[in-house]
Design a protein around this ligand. Structure first.
Ligand SMILES: Cc1cc2nc3c(=O)[nH]c(=O)nc-3n(C[C@H](O)[C@H](O)[C@H](O)COP(=O)(O)OP(=O)(O)OC[C@H]3O[C@@H](n4cnc5c(N)ncnc54)[C@H](O)[C@@H]3O)c2cc1C
Length: 463
């Protein structure tokens, strides 16, 4: 892919240095490398400069300067995305949102909060905890809310509370013309016009720069309890999940770890779980609701080859379990020091999940690769962390082929190549297979209408 012309970059950097100040425009080698490199195995690509806006006016000035000189803009949150999202494929300006990190208002009455895009998930959690409310979407990494909106993220509690798509009320963005746009009011419902908010969720920095967001909050449940339950077979564990959902039990979290991943988590988080396919579960509600939900799930699990619930004894133990679950990726990587994690993200209708995982497990065995499985199984979504030696081209090829077969399997089963990580440039080759040429043409038309000069994150989603 061609990089942007040096003269255009030089002129943009000079304008922005004059307008924002020299301390806002960074060009050091390490900073550039860090901003072009994500957590994935995809080759990085460095931007030509990193710019740090302090407010909406700065952000609009950056977009206008890039528009004037036709220089690409790559929005940057925490850089935890997994499909080469933040690689500056044509160079240009990485817009690092770290200083737009204020929580602007919290309303317990309206159950909503307005944040700047650079606010991080844990920062928001700490601010909300004393208010007796929480924001429910919890990806494993400490991502920014802007990045989570831009990737359409989800997490362990999405089975009950929904993904970013269900939890964003309104956005303030800067569009490709440098104009500030508010997508919607803060009202709970609105039928007023096209749904710009939903269009921008999952747009991966390809349509606009997100500056602020108003998010839905949930009341902190009166009681929470967590348990693990080991199963004789993977199929038994998945059938248990299907039965729990079919019974309408409002389970708050239901996550699957296969035997390889449990072994990794045991070593990494010093747990002593039986090495078997295991569900991590959590129940929210009043003490009576939690008890009755747990009892129902315990009975269902026993019918599917999971006779023993191991309860978290107290709040500390509950947090330890979920920390271990959120650390699953690091635990997997520690199985093979020096290896890179090649993560997959298939998502299928839940009735097809057992079939998809069983075939994938056979495929992993045939490939000779190590690939622990962990999944938000209540949503039909699971990840492999394929551990590859980045310097071994044959291993990398086998990992690429394994992922390719998995994506095709998921799509054949009525699913998607990505449940939550997004497309970046890693999944872009699969979009036509998943959506067909006409739908892709519609997406291309939207991109062209909103960003005619292809300024925003070029080469992503639809190359
Ligand atoms: C250990 C680990 C566990 C993970 N677990 C999960 C998980 O459970 N669920 C899940 O969904 N994801 C998960 N992820 C992936 C990642 O955390 C999410 O994709 C997250 O939403 C990315 O946020 P970020 O702030 O790091 O964004 P970045 O990586 O910085 O950016 C991601 C994309 O969003 C765009 N972007 C960022 N900020 C803005 C903005 N303000 N305006 C416009 N565009 C913007 C960027 O251009 C880029 O295309 C995990 C990653 C890791 C490393």
């Amino acid at each position: 892919m061609l990089r942007v012309e040096e003269d255009a970059v030089r002129a943009t950097v000079a304008d922005l240095t004059r307008e924002l100040g020299a301390d806002r425009v960074l060009t050091g080698t390490d900073v550039l490398r860090q901003h072009g490199t994500d957590e994935s195995w995809h080759p990085p690509a460095t931007p030509d400069a990193v710019v740090l806006p302090r407010d909406t006016e700065d952000a609009a000035a950056i977009v206008r300067a890039c528009r004037d000189y036709h220089v690409p803009i790559v929005p940057f949150g925490a850089g935890t995305s997994l499909e080469g999202h933040i690689a500056a494929l044509q160079g240009g300006i990485s817009v690092d949102m770290r200083e737009l990190n204020k929580i602007l208002r919290v309303s317990v009455e309206d159950m909503d909060v307005t944040v700047q895009a650079g606010v991080k998930r844990r920062q928001l959690d700490e601010r909300l905890r004393p208010e007796g409310v929480f924001f429910s979407v919890d990806p494993g990494a400490d991502a920014t809310l802007g990045g989570m909106i831009a990737t359409g993220a989800s997490g362990t509690t999405s089975v009950r509370y929904g993904t970013m798509r269900e939890n964003v009320l309104s956005l303030t963005v800067v569009n490709a013309n440098g104009d500030v746009v508010v997508t919607r009011s803060r009202a709970r419902k609105s039928s007023a016009g096209y749904d710009l908010t939903r269009l921008l969720i999952g747009s991966e920095g390809t349509l606009a720069l997100i500056i602020e967001a108003t998010l839905r909050l949930q009341p902190t449940p009166e009681a929470m309890s967590a348990a693990t339950c080991a199963f004789e077979t993977l199929e038994g564990a998945i059938d248990c999940v299907i039965a729990v959902l079919a019974h309408g039990i409002p389970i708050a979290r239901i996550e699957l770890l296969d035997d390889v991943q449990i072994d990794a988590v045991n070593r990494h988080a010093e747990l002593h779980l039986a090495v078997a396919p295991t569900l991590f579960l959590e129940f929210h509600g009043t003490p009576q609701e939690v008890e009755s939900q747990a009892e129902e799930v315990r009975e269902i699990a026993a019918e599917h080859g999971g006779p023993d619930f191991a309860w978290a004894s107290d709040e500390g133990e509950r947090r330890r379990l979920w920390r271990a679950r959120h650390g699953a990726y690091d635990a997997a990587r520690a199985l093979r020091p020096g290896a890179r994690g090649f993560t997959t993200d298939a998502c299928v209708p839940i009735s097809k999940l057992a079939e998809c995982i069983a075939e994938t497990k056979r495929d992993i065995d045939d490939s000779g690769l190590i690939a622990p499985i962990v999944g938000h199984v209540g949503d039909g979504n699971f990840h492999l962390a394929i551990l590859v030696d980045p310097d071994d081209p044959d291993e990398l090829r086998r990992a690429v082929e394994l992922n390719d077969r998995l994506v095709r399997r998921a799509i054949d089963l009525g699913g998607t190549c990505t449940g939550e990580h997004g497309v970046g440039y890693g999944k872009a080759p699969f979009l036509e297979l998943e959506h067909g040429p006409a739908a892709l043409e519609m997406m291309r038309a939207i991109k062209h209408a909103l960003d005619p000069d292809n300024l925003f994150n070029p080469g992503k989603i639809i190359p």
